[in-house]
Design a protein around this ligand. Structure first.
Ligand code: NIG
Ligand code: FE
Length: 434
């Protein structure tokens, strides 16, 4: 008896399942991809129903649509667990200023950087923010990213933070990508609080956190069982450890799960604080040392390097990803897409940088961009691997070997994007006459 299903993908040279235990991969398990050669995937109602050798699945199922993946690797849809996709304007001027010699921190200290995007985001309508972010998500999806965490943090007043969260909610409704919202009210001090950090922290805790918690409770995210995170930028010219702790703890008390931007330029002690609070991840980690590596290795908090920010800023001190994996930390990768430090759409490019400058193996980079990235946004029960019961988010690569995702760079390694069981993007190359 053959079972009727919607979609059958057959003959994959490598079906890279990334399956395994329910917890994030660590150490040696970071390079166990669980590849099925000549593999197949059966999909119905947007979910994966079976995974295995083509011969078995071909005999077991009758599908409305079949896709021949011969000569191709099939991998899970990529998960980008740290982005700032919603923003007004751009910062091409700062891109040029940095080439001329100004540093990211100098520009920020002079009132540019995040604050210049705050001004443009406050001035933008919701429709403008949606239209611009939608195009960015299209680009990310074409590069294989099917799940995206998006932070607020360019409002820095209650009304604009709520506006950004509503924009993320609308994008989740209209865009095929699965979106995860994060409240980043503590991104930097807005100009009106430039001399009053304590006052701004009070505003975040007393006014913004209750307001965004109420937004979430009534949102499609809560209704769909999607998580909600709170994040802070623990850094000079942003928030110190005590301020970051107060904000994350208040968010946690209001039902949000903490994350932290830590150790990007200065190691202030944010990692220890975040691990102590049970943060799901600490992100950046460029200047983390042996103490932070040991803390993360012994914790359930994921370490999330953002090497596209190094690449973009020309900062040669990368997060110690190799050392983190070897010490036993759970590691994920993200683009950090934003108009300042990381104007990067592509998780494949992030993997390419991590392999070359942080000495991750291609398989480790892939797990860091799929199942471990899903853990970094508490979505691993739904996405991040090719396993029965999970959402059918799958990529067919242009090559037969998954390592090409990180090996060739600068192009797009993805030929076909399947999101929740539907083919939503295809790159079959140019039409030729002969
Ligand atoms: O993760 N470091 C702080 N926040 C962002 C940068 C945002 C921006 O420059 O606009 C980051 O790099
Ligand atoms: Fe960031």
């Amino acid at each position: 008896m053959t079972q009727r299903i919607d979609l059958l993908i057959l003959n994959a040279a490598q079906l890279v399942t990334c399956m395994g235990d329910d917890c994030p991969r660590r150490r040696g398990a970071m390079d166990e991809l669980h590849i099925v050669e000549d593999g197949a995937v059966a999909v119905s109602d947007g979910l994966i129903v079976d995974v295995g050798p083509s011969a078995r699945l071909r005999a077991a199922y009758r599908a409305g649509q079949e896709i021949d993946a011969s000569g191709r690797a099939v991998i899970p849809g990529l998960v980008d667990p740290h982005t700032h996709v919603v923003f007004g304007g751009d910062r091409a001027d700062e891109f040029e200023l940095r080439i001329r010699g100004a540093s990211y921190m100098e520009i920020m200290a002079a009132g540019g950087g995040i604050r210049s995007t705050v001004a443009r985001t406050r001035a933008a309508t919701e429709a403008e923010l949606i239209a611009a972010a939608r195009r960015r998500l299209d680009e990310m999806l074409a590069c294989g990213t099917t799940t995206v965490e998006i932070k607020s943090g360019y409002g820095l007043d209650t009304a604009t933070e709520l506006k950004m969260l509503r924009v993320i909610e609308e994008l989740d409704r209209i865009h095929p990508c699965t979106l995860i919202p994060t409240f980043l009210g503590a991104h930097t001090l807005p100009p009106e609080y430039a001399e009053d950090g304590a006052g701004y922290v009070d505003l975040v805790i007393e006014e913004m956190i209750p307001a965004v918690a109420a937004w979430y409770a009534a949102s499609r995210f809560a209704a769909g069982g999607r998580p909600f995170f709170i994040d802070a930028f623990c850094e000079e010219h942003a928030f110190d450890v005590a301020q970051s702790r107060r904000i994350l703890a208040a968010g946690k008390a209001a039902g949000m799960t903490p994350k932290l931007h830590a150790d990007q330029f200065n190691a202030l002690g944010g990692v220890e604080m975040a691990v102590g609070l049970g943060a799901v991840s600490v992100d950046h980690l460029e200047v983390s040392g042996t103490a932070e590596i040991a803390l993360l290795a012994q914790s359930d908090t994921l370490a999330v390097p953002l090497p596209a920010a190094n690449f973009n800023l020309g900062e040669c001190r990368f997060a110690p990803a190799r050392e983190l994996v070897d010490a036993g930390a759970a590691l994920a990768l993200a683009t950090d897409l934003n108009p300042g430090s990381a104007p990067c759409f592509s998780m494949a490019l992030v993997m390419a940088i991590a392999c070359r400058y942080q000495r991750l193996l291609p398989g480790e980079a892939l797990l860091a961009a799929t199942i471990n990235a899903a853990h970094a946004v508490n979505m691993a029960a739904t996405v991040g691997s090719i396993e029965a019961g999970k959402q059918a988010d799958l990529l067919i690569l242009k090559a037969s070997d998954y390592r090409h995702a990180a090996y060739f760079f600068g192009g797009n390694p993805v030929e076909l994007v399947i999101k929740a069981g539907s083919v939503i993007h295809a790159d079959r190359g140019l039409k030729r006459n002969s």
